[in-house]
Design a protein around this ligand. Structure first.
Ligand code: ZN
Length: 247
């Protein structure tokens, strides 16, 4: 079973369409690690697409904020403005879908899905020290997380941690990681809609536990077109500008 792992779409439907075109016929089931909305110009299109894919989905902090499940006082002003704008755009049906999303960790098809960390959906995992608890205590040896918008992750065996850095040069769209059955993995597919690891291309992963591989993908999309729609919608300019750099 090949599992398409999507995360942090952030209402960038153009990036999602490009990712799905690249992944066509390469997966059997889809999962989503949250933050379907926030920042981007297409909240309804992004939510509808995830619903249509039938993806097993957990909520992210932006999904929660848009539904009013958490206050936005921890959000920076641009993110808060995007939350308010998004809430006003969403159809009642799509808003209800977001509100009902389960909290991670969610076990499915041998994987554990979390938005931030295993014991805190809002925690960022950037460093090995931050990764350790989730690596050790996850219910599966194969855990996927999002939230940081950095593709890559960590693996662990007998108190030795390895940092997995993915660096796909322009012109190369994927690289395969071979899974070692002795190790535990905490992997981030990267962000579809707002990458922050200095590669502006849409990021996702395809996991195949039977074949013991995880493919990490990067796909170009029409960034300028998305930026134009963000500006036209009145979303904060900084949110549009950063898409150029993937930062
Ligand atoms: Zn996010």
């Amino acid at each position: 079973m090949r599992i398409l792992v999507l995360s942090d779409l952030h209402a960038n439907h153009t990036a999602l369409v490009a990712a799905l075109a690249a992944a066509k016929d390469r997966w059997d089931r889809a999962v989503c690690l949250g933050d379907i909305v926030g920042y981007g110009p297409d909240p309804n299109e992004a939510v509808s697409a995830i619903r249509k894919l039938g993806a097993s989905t957990i909520r992210g902090n932006h999904d929660k904020a848009v539904c009013g499940l958490v206050a936005t006082e921890d959000f920076n002003p641009a993110a808060r403005a995007a939350v308010d704008w998004t809430r006003a755009q969403l159809s009642p049906d799509n808003l209800a879908f977001l509100r009902d999303l389960p909290q991670g960790p969610l076990e499915t098809d041998g994987l554990v899905l979390v938005h931030g960390a295993v014991f805190d959906e809002d925690e960022y995992i950037f460093t090995p020290a931050q990764a350790l608890e989730s690596l050790l205590d996850s219910a599966s040896a194969f855990t996927f997380f999002g939230h940081t918008h950095h593709q890559g992750g960590f693996s662990y065996q007998e108190s030795r941690m390895e940092v997995l850095t993915i660096n796909l040069p322009e012109g190369e769209s994927s690289t395969a990681l071979r899974l070692d059955p002795q190790r535990r993995y905490l992997l981030n597919p990267g962000s579809i809609g707002q990458p922050r690891d200095s590669d502006p291309r849409a990021a996702f992963a395809i996991a195949d536990l039977q074949a013991a591989t995880v493919e990490f993908w990067r796909v170009p999309y029409d960034i300028a077109g998305v930026q134009e729609r963000m500006r036209a919608a009145g979303l904060p300019p900084a949110l549009a500008n950063r898409l150029t750099y993937g930062r």
